[in-house]
Design a protein around this ligand. Sequence first.
Ligand SMILES: Cc1ncc(COP(=O)(O)O)c(C=O)c1O
Length: 282
Amino acid sequence: MLGLPGPEWILAGNGSDEILTMLVRGFVGEGQRLRLPHPSYILYRTLADIQGASWEQVAFDHDWSLPAAFSQSDDALRLVLLPNPNSPSGTMISPGEVAAMADRLDCPLVVDEAYVDFADENCLDLVRQNERILVTRTLSKSYALAGIRFGYLVAQPHIVAELAKIKDSYNCDMISIAAATAAITSTDWLADIRQTMVATRQRMETRLSGLGFDVTPSQANFLWCRHPQGRHEAMYLHCKANGYLIRYMNYADYGDGLRISVGTDAQVDACIDLLQQWLEAH
Ligand SMILES: Cc1ncc(COP(=O)(O)O)c(C=O)c1O
């Protein structure tokens, strides 16, 4: 499937959140530290807190690149987590840059590829080249199977073998394994979902930009956008009152914006019509 040597490179889990939990439990002890970019997936901080560990955030630059501080090594640092594509921005750090970051770090770098099937590139090949690069994947997004709970880690076999010691004995049930196997082997289905999503994402981007939104080019199945008028929360509430749920995000030290998932063409049009209606009325 992945052009990798065999199952000893893979650890399956109850969603990729469970894999992330195992990684933090395995690598970051009490009093030690993990690093994450900001704004990004908020679960990482919770996992550090549960562990009695600390966390530090390195802010993305305004073009969603990461400063050198993100890959600076230091003694207490035990794990670095990078959602790639990132949420909420949908932006990506290129595999070349990820490889360079891992070279600078002394600890593992987890590349969380939850949204990678919607992107043009991925970091899977890097796993072979550097034992410090660990890639997590999920069937929750591109396969639309969040309900069956199946995610996996790709890492060098000695890492997988150690992490397997701390997983629950039966962390994946037969139903999720059967469903995941059927989904992963159905490559046409994934290609269809991807193609439709990319076309709709493009159309959404054009329409939202036409309404004056500043839309960040996305490699994921959502768009991060901000309007010069601000008042994103009011826009979110207007959509919600009319039956359309988009995400209103408000980050300390960063500001707020809307993360809008790519739905069906009809859903996307109805949702953007609501935003247009709100903007015309205000
Ligand atoms: C960046 C990122 N990683 C991982 C996950 C977890 O996905 P799951 O546990 O469903 O595999 C999510 C879910 O929202 C996510 O946004």
